[in-house]
Design a protein around this ligand. Structure first.
Ligand code: DUC
Ligand code: ZN
Ligand code: ZN
Length: 446
């Protein structure tokens, strides 16, 4: 099958006072070990920082290290005329067709609705895809304050401060705003049943919207935040959080199987125990992020195909092909065909392995899927024609990967946008300022 495409990673990201330990070398090496041959990482400029400069810095970090191919999404973390011009520059000259806005992380990245509207509008003009991290940042800030005042400082406070509703509300709001300006929307890391349902319902109404659950959100759950071991609980802290009920993973998997949701990422953003400890006395200071770049393919196979919820073709769609189509690198990526890149996986569905931090290839000292048995083992992984997993032996090559530009106006997305536009065009008469105030028949008797 075609190599996996992980739509969502944060290699060596500086976040909340720590730098993610999986860098572009270790992270992409681990990706290959799990059957992923392309990652999509996020350039996240600080407020006030030039987007183009931040993009250049990301390229300089990644290019010499990546073992597999990669593309970049760019975060729009502040808004001004300069940012608008830089988005244009990135889309036209640097191979970026996806821009991500955070509706949470107040004081760091958060974008408010009026700016969101303008950014969506500009994405549409550029033929780009708007991505959102959908959580209500204002509510989270208030809830966090109250919980800490009440003495709830442990990792369970993380989930309590940002419950499911807070994710579903922002997801709905993003869909509404994007639909006003006919901008295609991609909701990153769908973590809850209700947020998943919002995406599926809006799609069914005709909105052009895509949803990305994570390996984490279908593979584990938020009951871990209540684990007595602080390290264990903090190891699961990620935003939006995993949900404490046991139905969420299955519900998200069902949506993925039925095309209510379309793609899977990992949001791999890994911090070691000594870094997680920055939040030992305050859950809101625990660096956010979990692993997944290595295990995503196995976890989706186990929960999807092995459990009988999806067939192998749908597995290929949600782990590779749909991502290639949405981000406009199909058929270069995401399919097995003459002329496509030779990114290939020979997958053995009969073999199984048990996931563990002791044996994984990531730099991080913890694994949220610890002890999970997964069927589906990549026996061979070929990256751009080079055998990088050979009878399960990892032979990834430092710097072998390259940057893959994602061109504007992906037909898979913009054909749907055009159809939506036609459908929404007003029928019949519209009125301009120079039109008659009264038609002659209404003049009679007035
Ligand atoms: N969530 C995380 O858990 N980590 C990185 C950024 C994000 O949105
Ligand atoms: Zn533990
Ligand atoms: Zn992320």
């Amino acid at each position: 099958m075609p190599g996996g495409i992980d739509t969502h990673t944060h290699m060596e990201l500086e976040l909340m006072g720590a730098t993610a330990v999986d860098d572009f070398y270790q992270g992409t090496k681990a990706a290959i070990a799990g059957g992923t041959t392309m990652i999509m990482d996020f350039v996240l400029p600080r407020k006030g920082e030039s987007l183009v400069e931040a993009f250049g810095n990301w390229r300089r970090k990644a290019d010499p290290k990546v073992c597999c191919d990669y593309a970049l999404h760019v975060g729009v973390t502040w808004w001004s005329d300069q940012v608008k011009q830089e988005m244009t520059e990135l889309a036209k000259n640097h191979g970026v067709n996806s821009f991500k806005m955070f509706m949470a992380y107040k004081d760091l990245y958060m974008i408010r609705d009026p700016d969101l509207y303008k950014i969506f509008e500009h994405c549409k003009e550029l033929g780009a895809i708007a991505q959102v991290h959908a959580e209500n940042g204002d509510i989270i800030a208030e809830n966090t304050k109250k919980l800490l005042e009440a003495g709830i400082t442990g990792p369970e406070g993380h989930e309590m401060s940002r419950p499911e509703d807070v994710e579903a509300e922002a997801t709905h709001r993003a869909c509404v705003i994007a639909n006003q300006v006919n901008c295609p929307l991609y909701v990153v890391r769908v973590m809850s049943k209700s947020a998943g349902d919002v995406v599926a319902a809006k799609k069914a109404e005709g909105n052009v919207v895509f949803g990305e659950p994570l390996a984490a959100s279908v593979g584990t759950d938020g009951s871990h935040y209540w684990n007595k071991c602080w390290r264990h609980a903090a190891g699961h802290v990620t935003s939006p959080p995993l949900r404490p009920d046991t139905e969420t993973p299955g519900h998200l998997l069902d949506l993925l199987a039925s095309d209510g949701l379309q793609v899977t990422g990992s949001d791999n953003c890994t911090f070691n125990f000594d870094q997680k400890k920055l939040g030992r006395n305050d859950f809101s200071k625990i660096p956010n992020g979990v692993n997944g770049v290595e295990d995503r393919m196995s976890v989706i196979w186990e929960k999807g195909v092995q459990s009988g919820k999806m067939d192998p073709s749908r597995f290929v769609a949600v782990t590779s092909t749909n991502a290639a189509k949405i981000f406009n690198v199909y058929p270069q990526k995401g399919c097995v065909a003459v002329g496509s890149d030779a990114d290939l996986v020979i997958w053995n569905p009969i073999k199984s392995r048990v996931i563990s931090a002791q044996t994984h290839h990531q730099a991080v000292d913890f694994n949220i899927f610890e002890g999970m048995e997964c069927h589906g083992v990549p026996e061979y992984v070929i990256v751009n024609g080079r055998v990088c997993v050979d009878e399960e032996e990892l032979k990834a090559v430092h710097g072998f990967g390259k940057f893959v530009p994602t061109p504007a106006f992906p037909p898979y997305v913009y054909d749907q946008v055009d159809a939506r536009e036609k459908e929404k065009r007003p029928q019949g008469v519209t009125r301009g300022p120079n039109d008659e105030d009264y038609s002659p028949e209404h003049m009679n008797g007035l």
